[in-house]
Write a protein that binds this ligand. Structure first.
Ligand code: AMP
Ligand code: MG
Length: 522
C-alpha cells in the first residue's frame, strides 16, 4: 500500500538532475532540478483536507483514509520516491533577478486521474538549494490564503494550481510581516499544491540566460509533449506554435482575473505558469471598490507595477521576456513579435467580450463600446463595490424604470450620502442608456440573466474574509475556514445560507494590515 499512492514525477526521467545532492543554497548549473528531501517535522497536523480534490485527482476513499496519505501531505511519505526542487530564474518587478528556483516548494511525485496526470508539491516543507536567504518554510496566514484562493479561483472557472491540504508543521517560523523591524514567531504550515505542471516562464529564462541551450530545448520539448498536445512535435515551427499557445493561455487567464476583480500582486516572470494557471498566491487581493490603480502588495506601493488595471499589459511584458528566452529555439524575431502584436489585438477583442458578458449585452450593438467605456469610468468616480454592482445589475432589465434601477444598483455604493450630484446624474444617464440598449434585445432577456449570472460571481474571497479566517485559525478555531471553503465552492449561485457574505467590505477592514496591505513576507 505504502508506495502506490504516487509515482515519481515524469520530469525526473525526462529532465536533467543536478549532480550535487546537498541542499545548501548555491548556483545550480546544467540542471533542470535538484533532488532534495522534505523536512521531517516531529509533530505535524493536517488542519484541512480537500476531499473533493483528492477524489478528482484519482485517490480512492480507502487511500484518502490511509496513514500513508496523511504522511504524504506533510512530507513524511515512506514511499521512497525521490523529491526535487526546480531551477528557475525570473524578472522581479521589471528587473532580471538571476536564479530563483523552488526555494520552499518541493515536488513529491505525481498521481493520475482518468484524464490527467497531476504533480504534487509541498510548499513550506524545508530548504532547498534555491532557498537563497530564505528558510524554506511558510507561515499559517499565507498558507491559509493560498489554500483558499486556489480553490476560489478554480470554482470561479479560472485556470489555477489547486490546494489539496493545509497542515501545521508544529514548528515556529520567524517573520517580519511588514519588513518594518517587528519580526515575530508565527505558526509554520505546509500546503500540498496540485497542478498538471508547476513549470514557469522563469524555467525557460534561466537556461537561456545561462547559455544552456540544450537544456532549454529539452525543457521546451518536454513541455510541448506533455502539456501542449495540440502541437505537432515534428513540425518545423513547433516552438513558435508553443509561444503562441502560451500567449493565448496567459491572456485568457488574465482576462478572467479582470472579470472577477482578482489582483495577483506579484506578476514576476517566475510567478507565471507556462500552462496558464494562476500560480503563487502571495500578496494577492480582490477589488472591493472598483479601482484600476489598486494593488494589495505594499512592496509595490511606490510604482504599483502590478495594480489591477495593469495586469493585461504586464502579461504582455512577461511574454516579451519569454520570447527573448525562446529566441534561441525559434530564431525568428519577426515571428515572435507577431505573436506579441496578436496578444494586443486579442486583448481588445476579449476585453469587449468579457465586458459584454458582464453587462449582459448579448446581441452586438454599435453603442456597446461606449456603454462599456462609460461604466468603467463611472465605477471609479465614486467608490462602488465591483462584485455587488454587477450582481445587482442582473436585476435591472429592459422594462425597469431608471430610478428603480438606480435603487437596485445603489447597494453597491460605499458612503452613498457623499456621492456628488454630478456623479449621481452620470449614473442616472448611464442607466437610462443601458436600459434603452436592453430594449434592443428583449427577446433574449432570459439568456441575458444566464450569461450575467455565470460571469459575475456573487461570492468572492474578499481580503477581509481571508483575514477573519486567519485570525480564528491562529487561535485553533477552523470553523470559519470551513465556512469560507464552502462559500467559495459555489460562487455563482444565490445561497441563503451565505447571504451574510454578499456584502460590501466592512469599515474596519478598509485600511487594516493583512486586509488592504500585504507584503511578500510569507
Ligand atoms: P515569490 O515572490 O514568493 O514567488 O518568491 C520569489 C522567490 O523567493 C522564489 O524563488 C521562492 O522560492 C523564494 N522564496 C520565497 N519565500 C521563501 C522562503 N521562506 N524560503 C526560501 N525561499 C523563498
Ligand atoms: Mg514565486
Amino acid at each position: 500500500m505504502s508506495n502506490i499512492l504516487i509515482k515519481p514525477s515524469k520530469q525526473i526521467k525526462y529532465l536533467r538532475a543536478d549532480v550535487l545532492r546537498s541542499n545548501v543554497p548555491r548556483l545550480v548549473n546544467d540542471a533542470h532540478y535538484s533532488y532534495v528531501s522534505t523536512k521531517k517535522f516531529d509533530n505535524p497536523t493536517i488542519i484541512h483536507l480537500n476531499d473533493r480534490l483528492a477524489k478528482e485527482i484519482g485517490f480512492t476513499s480507502k487511500e484518502i483514509a490511509s496513514i500513508e496519505f496523511k504522511k504524504l501531505l506533510v512530507g513524511k511519505s515512506e514511499s521512497g520516491i525521490e523529491s526535487f526542487a526546480m531551477n528557475y530564474g525570473g524578472h522581479q518587478f521589471g528587473h532580471w533577478a538571476g536564479q530563483l528556483g523552488d526555494g520552499r516548494a518541493i515536488n513529491i511525485g505525481e498521481r493520475s486521474s482518468a484524464n490527467h496526470t497531476w504533480q504534487l508539491q509541498l510548499k513550506g516543507a524545508g530548504p532547498t538549494p534555491y532557498s537563497r536567504k530564505g528558510d524554506g518554510y511558510a507561515v499559517l496566514r499565507s498558507s491559509i490564503r493560498e489554500h483558499l484562493c486556489s480553490e476560489a479561483m478554480y470554482y470561479l472557472g479560472i485556470p489555477t494550481t489547486r490546494s489539496l491540504s493545509l497542515a501545521l508543521t508544529g514548528e515556529s517560523v520567524y517573520r517580519d510581516m511588514f519588513y518594518n523591524g517587528n519580526a515575530a514567531y508565527e505558526k509554520g504550515a505546509v500546503v500540498c499544491r496540485v497542478a498538471q505542471s508547476f513549470i514557469r516562464f522563469g524555467n525557460f529564462q534561466i537556461h537561456a540566460a545561462n547559455g544552456e541551450i540544450d537544456l532549454l530545448k529539452e525543457l521546451t520539448d518536454y513541455t510541448i509533449t506533455n502539456h501542449f498536445k495540440g502541437i505537432d512535435k515534428n513540425s518545423t515551427d513547433k516552438y513558435l506554435s508553443f509561444f503562441k499557445a502560451v500567449a493565448t493561455r496567459t491572456l485568457e487567464m488574465i482576462m478572467n482575473w479582470q472579470r472577477v476583480g482578482f489582483v495577483h500582486g506579484v506578476m514576476n516572470t517566475d510567478n507565471l505558469s507556462i500552462i496558464g494557471d494562476t500560480i503563487d498566491y502571495g500578496p494577492y487581493g480582490w477589488l472591493d471598490n472598483y479601482d484600476t490603480g489598486w494593488t494589495p502588495n505594499t512592496t509595490d506601493n511606490q510604482h504599483k507595477r502590478y495594480r489591477y488595471g495593469a495586469q493585461p499589459e504586464i502579461g504582455l511584458w512577461n511574454l516579451w521576456q519569454l520570447a527573448n528566452a525562446l529566441f534561441e529555439l525559434v530564431d525568428d524575431s519577426k515571428a515572435l513579435e507577431g505573436v506579441l502584436d496578436q496578444y494586443k489585438e486579442d486583448y481588445g477583442t476579449s476585453h469587449i467580450k468579457m465586458m459584454s458578458n458582464k453587462l449582459g449585452l448579448i446581441q452586438k450593438h454599435e453603442r456597446d463600446e461606449s456603454i462599456i467605456n462609460q461604466i468603467l469610468t463611472l465605477l471609479e468616480a465614486h467608490e462602488t463595490d465591483m462584485t455587488i454592482f454587477y450582481r445587482e445589475l442582473i436585476n435591472v432589465n429592459h422594462s425597469t424604470p431608471v430610478d428603480q434601477g438606480y435603487t437596485t444598483i445603489s447597494k453597491a455604493f460605499y458612503d452613498h450620502d457623499a456621492m456628488s450630484k454630478t456623479v449621481k446624474t452620470q449614473w442616472i444617464d448611464w442607466l437610462s442608456t443601458y436600459i434603452n440598449r436592453l430594449k434592443n434585445q428583449k427577446d433574449v432577456a432570459v439568456e441575458r440573466i444566464e450569461i450575467m449570472s455565470k460571469n459575475n460571481p456573487k461570492y468572492v474571497l474578499r481580503n477581509y474574509m481571508a483575514q477573519m479566517v486567519i485570525e480564528k485559525a491562529e487561535l485553533g478555531d477552523y470553523s470559519l475556514l470551513q465556512e469560507i471553503f464552502d462559500m467559495i465552492q459555489d460562487p455563482y449561485t444565490d445561497r441563503k445560507v451565505m447571504d451574510h457574505w454578499y456584502a460590501k467590505r466592512p469599515d474596519w477592514a478598509r485600511d487594516k494590515p493583512g486586509v488592504s496591505q500585504l507584503s511578500c513576507s510569507s
